[in-house]
Design a binder for this molecule. Structure first.
Ligand SMILES: Nc1ncnc2c1ncn2[C@@H]1O[C@H](COP(=O)(O)OP(=O)(O)OP(=O)(O)O)[C@@H](O)[C@H]1O
Length: 260
């Protein structure tokens, strides 16, 4: 496996892997907040391609634009200029209702704070997005997810009766039930102890390797990033390099260089 750090040019962030059509692409994405003297440029022209069936991590110092990039890639935030593609669809050209449908039908989300509905059981939470997307129950896929995530004995429990790790595994099952084109994970292990976090990351890795899932994850944690196929580094709203086949040590060293 190759390990390399790309130079800090956006053009030097090609598709990793086979050269197949990427699952998601950012082209010269600029995102500014505010106007006039108070303008903050969170992303200053970011280009990146995220290959299908691969696990990408986005890292960078605090304020470097990680969450902004993820939100723009996922259609949760509008870009100021540039283009975001999910498959063939240009998110920046969609109406709000069309964007909402695309998010619901083709994207999955896992957040640091789990975001489960407290009154629903684990099973009801997992099935919720499938129902909202109007999908019939795919029992075999549901069973695969529940068993792979070790949730079989917990399906009738409500979130308050589950550990943090179990809650996040429910959130992962919910996100994957619709077989999304891309799973976006924003600090998915940020609220978990290292063992529970490790279980969630191991499952994300398995989802990529066994089910061909595409995962894009923002994280502060070099150990978490080491589960990815590639780490993209941001600094000051720009791509500052990348690392293939990362290890916790190589990610840590790259972050130390970025943080000066
Ligand atoms: N809604 C907003 N209004 C104004 N500025 C914003 C807004 N959201 C983000 N920013 C600014 O954009 C820049 C990038 O923020 P972002 O949250 O994307 O960084 P990050 O790398 O995810 O940071 P962290 O690691 O601390 O979560 C920061 O300077 C931030 O203050």
């Amino acid at each position: 496996m190759s390990r390399r750090s790309a130079p800090p040019s956006p053009a030097a962030v090609p598709e990793a892997g086979t050269g197949a059509r990427p699952a998601a692409v950012a082209r010269e994405v600029v995102k500014s907040y505010g106007t006039g003297a108070g303008t903050v440029t969170a992303l200053g022209g970011v280009s990146a391609a995220f290959p299908r069936g691969a696990f990408a991590a986005i890292m960078g110092p605090s304020g470097s634009g990680k969450s902004t990039l993820m939100h723009c890639m996922a259609g949760l935030d509008a870009v100021t200029s540039g283009t975001v593609l999910v498959g063939d669809v240009d998110l920046t050209a969609l109406s709000r209702p069309a964007l909402t449908r695309l998010r619901r039908d083709r994207l999955g989300f896992v957040f640091q704070s789990f975001n489960l509905l407290p009154m629903l059981t684990a099973e009801e939470n997992i099935r919720l997005t499938g129902r909202l997307a109007g999908r019939g129950a795919d029992r075999a896929w549901f069973d695969t997810l529940v068993d792979s995530l070790g949730l079989r004995a917990r399906l009738r429990h409500r979130p308050a009766e589950l550990s943090g790790g179990q809650q996040q595994r429910v959130a992962v099952a919910r996100a994957l039930l619709t077989r999304p084109d891309v799973l976006f994970a924003d600090e998915p292990t940020g609220n978990l102890d290292s063992r529970s976090g490790g279980e969630v990351l191991a499952f994300l890795r398995q989802a990529v390797d066994a089910f061909g899932q595409t995962v894009i994850m923002v994280t502060h944690d070099p150990v978490a990033a080491a589960h990815a196929d590639r780490v993209l580094f941001l600094a000051d709203g720009r791509i500052a390099g990348s690392l293939d086949a990362p290890t916790a040590d190589t990610v840590h060293a790259a972050m130390r260089r970025l943080e000066g």
